[in-house]
Design a binder for this molecule. Structure first.
Ligand SMILES: NC(=O)c1ccc[n+]([C@@H]2O[C@H](COP(=O)([O-])OP(=O)(O)OC[C@H]3O[C@@H](n4cnc5c(N)ncnc54)[C@H](OP(=O)(O)O)[C@@H]3O)[C@@H](O)[C@H]2O)c1
Length: 337
């Protein structure tokens, strides 16, 4: 009850920020970001577009990978109109395809830019069951697996950049509080939705993909620490805001839900605040493997903090990429964790 009141009035937590803080406010003290190169996925709309605008306004060079070049150019145009100095580079990327991620990373490397910040923000909340070209359920492929591959392929560059510049590299995974809605066996349910259309529950699949973002953060943080890399990874719940995320379920029911929840909704500048805070704030140097909401550290679900499940998902993800999902699900049961 007290937490809800604090949320509604926007009371500041230990970070000095709260639910009503905006992305511009939380980046006021981050200094000049002109030495920072950032990749922001899903920057053509909603929370990602605001994150891109604010980081560009603070001086960061922003790479906007997008599946629609037209949408990305429009976003670039809007940012450049507001900040003529902004350096925004648009590149093609469809996160639901491992091939597209590989092509994007190859093109990114060929430009020769450093990489300080990776914001894994793009997301999909499918209504209907669909399978990606790699044989993976589409929401999971987009929200998690594409970002898993992207991060893995960019890691060497981030570690090198941090070493050469002395500036800590940061990865921010945009998850959701809805990750806590997923209960049950992660790998079994993933195998089920990759193989079966029957009894597809779109909300459960979305919750699974957001739980996977939490597992990815925890396991990657552990590995980065082991490597002694000057790169951190954290994940965030941005808050609930009406964006194009619900585009596949527009209609009276969705309008009603948003109307009833209107007091709890954030604006887009407020929803981008936690990402921008975690990506840039000096207070978070060396902070890794944590989960943030309303610009303050908080707890994940009990399952979200399960390190065995996190490493199982990591192993199955690697197998999915190297051997395909079918072989991955057959092999994972023979591995010990
Ligand atoms: N809105 C909320 O209440 C809420 C709450 C909790 C968490 N989140 C999370 O916040 C993040 C941003 O969501 P949003 O609310 O800002 O939604 P949004 O307005 O729909 O933005 C999603 C972005 O992801 C991109 N995207 C989708 N599929 C893609 C693909 N296959 N390849 C590349 N890019 C793709 C979209 O690009 P296109 O322009 O091509 O569609 C768009 O730029 C998501 O991870 C979401 O799960 C949102």
């Amino acid at each position: 009850m007290l937490e809800t009141i604090k949320y509604l009035i926007g009371s500041a937590g230990p970070s000095g920020f709260g639910s009503k803080s905006t992305a511009e406010q939380v980046t006021e003290t981050c200094g000049d970001l002109r030495s920072i190169t950032a990749i922001i996925t899903g920057g053509t709309s909603g929370i990602g577009a605001e994150t891109a605008r604010v980081l560009a306004k603070r001086g960061a060079r922003v790479i906007l990978p997008a599946r629609s070049m037209k949408n990305a150019e429009e976003t670039r145009g809007r940012i450049v109109t507001e900040c003529p100095e902004a350096e925004i580079i648009v590149m093609a990327l469809d996160l639901s395809s491992v091939n597209s991620v590989t092509n994007f990373v190859t093109r990114f490397h060929s430009i020769g830019f450093p990489l300080n910040l990776l914001i894994n923000n793009a997301g999909k909340f499918a209504e209907e069951h669909a399978i990606s070209e790699d044989g993976v359920e589409m929401t999971f492929a987009t929200n998690y697996l594409g970002h898993f591959v992207l991060t893995k392929m960019l890691m060497k560059k981030m570690v090198e950049t941090a070493k050469e510049t002395g500036i800590e590299g940061r990865i921010v995974n945009v998850s959701s509080a809805i990750h806590g809605w997923f209960t049950g066996d992660v790998i079994s349910y993933l195998a089920h939705i990759c193989r079966n259309k029957s009894e597809y529950d779109a909300t459960r699949a979305y919750a699974l993909s957001k739980l996977a973002n939490v597992f990815h953060t925890n396991e990657l943080a552990r590995r980065l620490k082991e490597m002694d890399a000057n790169v951190t990874v954290n994940c965030v719940h941005p808050g609930v805001v009406r964006t194009r995320l619900t585009r596949e379920r527009e209609g009276f029911l969705t309008d009603l839900v948003f109307f009833l929840a209107s007091k709890l909704l954030k604006t887009i500048p407020q929803a981008a605040a936690t990402t921008c805070y975690v990506a840039t704030h000096p207070r978070l140097v060396n902070v890794s493997g944590k989960y943030f909401a309303d610009c303050n550290e908080t707890s994940t679900s009990k399952l979200g903090s399960n390190i065995t499940e996190a490493s199982r998902l990591w192993a199955v993800s690697e197998l999915m990429i190297s051997k395909g999902p079918k072989a991955a699900f057959d092999l994972i049961n023979n591995l010990e964790f």
